[in-house]
Ligand binder design. Structure first.
Ligand code: TIU
Length: 237
């Protein structure tokens, strides 16, 4: 059992046990960050998300150095789109739809180059990558089991986009009893206003969905944390 650490945050200090905390990196995929991907097909200026990359790379390094699990997610669908509801496939009037051929392969389809995580934030060997068909990382995935297996109670939440997949995941996590700290400079939106209001919504009403702080505050707390000691994995006899 490791000591409880504290991070200055909104609306109050965030307390967490480093041994029961994971860093979750949501959908830092080429499809959302590069021109010619799914995000741009929806009419978005994907350059808006690039500012997340550098602080998130530093935070991931700090989390790894402190021994926290880093869990990545990717939004996307099976090649036959059988896991994509018609409502998601047909909604709106995008320039291209999910499954159409794009600059980096079929848009938002698993296994395509565009579906992959950007080079700057490539998962390390052994890190968990959750493939999710929805906006929330818990819906139709093994995330809950992974977190239970690792005895995780608190999540440091990062990735894109703030008001869509980050919010949905934080809301899902909140209802499942996880304490969520959203790292403000490590989440990004195509819309400056949604970024601001999306973060405010999480910490409002006494922290209705969780807490918000920035990456330097998290990195300071992780650097000050004593080494994590984990129980050895159970080996069946
Ligand atoms: N469109 C948008 O803002 N986001 C998504 O479609 N998915 C995620 O947020 N990952």
């Amino acid at each position: 059992m490791t000591a409880v650490q504290h991070i200055p945050a909104q609306p109050t200090e965030f307390s967490f046990g480093p041994g029961t905390t994971a860093l979750v990196v949501i959908d830092m995929q080429r499809d959302f960050l590069l021109p010619g991907g799914f995000g741009e097909s929806l009419g978005n200026d994907v350059a808006q998300l690039r500012k997340v990359i550098e602080p998130l790379a530093h935070l991931m390094a700090a989390a790894r150095a402190a021994g926290l699990p880093v869990i990545h997610t990717r939004e996307g669908h099976l090649p036959d789109l059988s896991d994509c509801p018609p409502a998601k496939l047909l909604r709106g009037s995008p320039s291209q739809r999910i499954g159409d051929p794009g600059k980096y392969g079929r848009l938002l389809v698993r296994g395509e180059y565009g579906h992959g995580i950007i080079d700057e934030l490539t998962p390390l060997p052994g890190e968990v990558v959750i493939d999710k068909p929805g906006k929330g990382a818990f819906y139709a995935t093994e995330l809950a089991q992974v977190l239970a297996q690792k005895s995780i109670a608190s999540l440091l939440v990062t990735g894109v986009t703030t008001e869509v997949c980050v919010h949905t995941t934080v809301r899902e996590a909140n209802d499942r009893g996880y304490e969520c700290l959203v790292v403000s400079d490590c989440v990004g939106s195509y819309f400056a206003e949604f970024q601001r209001v999306g973060l405010e919504m999480i910490a409002a009403q006494g922290g209705i969905f969780g807490w918000v702080t920035d990456s330097p505050a998290v990195i300071d707390a992780l650097a000050a944390a004593p080494p994590i000691t984990r129980a050895p994995a159970h080996t069946p006899v």
